[in-house]
Design a protein around this ligand. Structure first.
Ligand code: FAD
Length: 479
């Protein structure tokens, strides 16, 4: 291992940028020619609503494992520390004599507060701090409306971002890193207990995903080679593998939007539609930065007074995929099994929770937070506020997705429902999305006993729709 022992080291604090390539903080440290200390801090001891959920912890374990191997191959071990980030970082700086710290920026309100305070403290202690953009095409404060404020409508936001956008070429991974001759102590990843045991519920996640930078690049290459061309018409069909499934890789920073931007053929079929979805990711980050209460409070203040229900049994039926509406149940079970759900179905299950069950969008957000491998504060809050009709550019209050029609339209062959709700697999397509309409003979032939094998609907669609229209209509927002 080559080292430059005479110089004080640079600490690279890795957070949601778990990759070597196109990692500006890491490149900056590598180019300094000084020893590099690569650090990840697990700050899971401060209780708070946004502590990592179970599925995210599983992903993080494997992502750190992959990153640790990749860094070790460059001669620089990944140092793992646990505890309050400011305390752990300053302790490591003292131990190693580091005089510089670098990181890539995070945009969650609590991360911004923590990082700003830490930056000031480190500077007071004579330690230089440099931070970089590694996660967005356009950082939230760089995009402004004509009057200088933040955008609340997607289309003009995305137009403004795209105008003159030149993210430049992605940075290559450093070819080598100088490490300290004696690396600082760190925890063992296995001791962090990020993986579930007793019970080990992660079998479906293991089957569905390979976390890490190399897997993210493979997924992008596969998507661009095949599916992207059919993305515009195919992205709404949950049984078809036509979306990129890059969301967890993007959340953990195993791949950057700049790398995606550079990899696509901008004139190719489907590319503009795909990039537009990346634009929604940018928009959600823009909203969270400018409206830091986004995960807690409705953007539209009229919703503050909304009469949300409180029905633990209905919430549990929704969470477990036992609402009696097959497309909703299929989505919730896909989520539980794999840590991911197709976007079309996220909209259907979200609408069902807030409109059919009149349960608060924050309850849906919390469940998604715990169960999604791509749980992301900005995208999750943005998605839920949009579905509830209280967010930016949100769905109008009178749009109540009909779960039967959504199923018939987007899963007409029934492949998605049959996969995730196998007890209904024997039903013919004509009744698959509304099994309560099947006659007794058809049910018997399919081996389905309603109320025993599969639940009766928890609410009647027509009545629930009317109740939603009345309740939402009473507060009519600015939609
Ligand atoms: P693709 O269609 O291939 O899109 C490419 C990328 O664009 C995605 O990986 C994602 O990073 C981004 N993207 C796509 N759609 C959206 C969107 N509507 N909003 C923001 N970014 C988007 N996405 C998350 O990453 N984390 C979440 O916690 C999350 N929660 C959601 C909650 C609700 C109620 C809804 C309706 C949507 C939520 N989404 C969330 C957005 C979207 O469903 C997922 O990003 C998408 O399904 C991921 O699949 P993909 O990677 O195949 O997407």
């Amino acid at each position: 291992m080559s080292t430059v022992p005479s110089a004080a080291p640079v600490i690279v604090w890795l957070r949601q940028d778990l990759r070597l390539a196109d990692n500006p903080a890491l490149t900056h440290a590598a180019q300094s020619g000084r020893p590099v200390v690569a650090l990840y801090i697990l700050d899971d001891q401060t209780p708070g609503p946004w502590a990592l959920g179970g599925a995210s912890r599983w992903w993080l374990h494997h992502s750190l494992s992959a990153l640790g191997d990749a860094l070790a191959a460059l001669g620089c071990p990944l140092v793992l520390r646990r505890g309050r980030a400011d305390v752990a970082l300053r302790a490591l700086a003292r131990e190693t004599g580091a005089t510089a710290v670098v990181w890539n920026r995070c945009y969650e309100p609590h991360a911004i507060a923590r990082d700003s305070a830490l930056k000031a403290d480190l500077k007071d202690e004579g330690i230089s701090v440099d931070s970089f953009n590694a996660a967005l095409l356009a950082e939230p404060w760089t995009v402004k409306t004509g009057s200088g404020g933040p955008y609340k409508v997607f289309t003009p936001f995305w137009r403004a971002v795209r105008e003159g956008l030149d993210p430049g070429p992605p940075l290559p991974a450093p070819r080598k890193l100088f490490a300290l001759p004696t690396p600082p102590d760190g925890d063992r990843l296995a001791d962090w207990g990020l993986l579930p045991s007793r019970p080990d519920w992660a079998g479906g996640l293991r089957d569905a995903w390979t976390p890490g930078e190399a897997a993210a690049q493979r997924r992008l290459a596969d998507f661009l080679a095949q599916a992207v061309r059919r993305y515009p018409e195919g992205r709404d069909y949950p049984a078809r593998p036509l979306t990129s499934r890059l969301s967890p890789h993007l959340h953990f920073g195993e791949i950057s939007p700049r790398q995606i931007w550079a990899a696509v053929d901008h004139d190719g079929d489907g590319v503009a539609e795909f990039l537009r979805e990346l634009g929604w990711r940018e928009f959600c980050h823009h909203l969270l930065y400018h409206f830091p209460d986004l995960p807690q409070r409705p953007l539209n203040p009229r919703f503050e007074a909304f009469a949300w229900g409180d029905d633990p049994a209905a919430l549990a039926a929704w969470q477990r995929g036992r609402t009696g509406y097959p497309i909703v149940d299929a989505g919730m079970r896909e989520l539980w099994a794999t840590g991911w759900m197709h976007n079309r179905v996220r909209m259907v299950v979200g609408s069902f929770l807030v409109k059919h069950l009149l349960l608060p969008w924050t309850a849906g957000q919390a469940w998604f937070w715990d169960t999604l491998v791509d749980a992301d504060l900005a995208n999750n809050a943005g998605g839920w506020q949009w579905i509830a009709g209280c967010g930016a550019d949100a769905a109008p209050y009178f749009r109540v997705f009909n779960p039967v029609l959504q199923g018939q339209k987007f899963d007409s062959g029934g492949d998605y429902v049959r996969r995730w709700v196998p007890e209904l697999a024997g039903l013919p397509d004509s009744v698959l999305h509304q099994p309560w309409t099947a006659d007794p003979l058809t049910l018997r032939a399919a081996g389905v006993r309603l109320g025993t094998d599969y639940p009766h609907p928890v609410v009647d669609h027509k009545a629930a729709r009317q109740r939603a229209l009345d309740t939402f209509g009473a507060i009519k927002g600015d939609n």
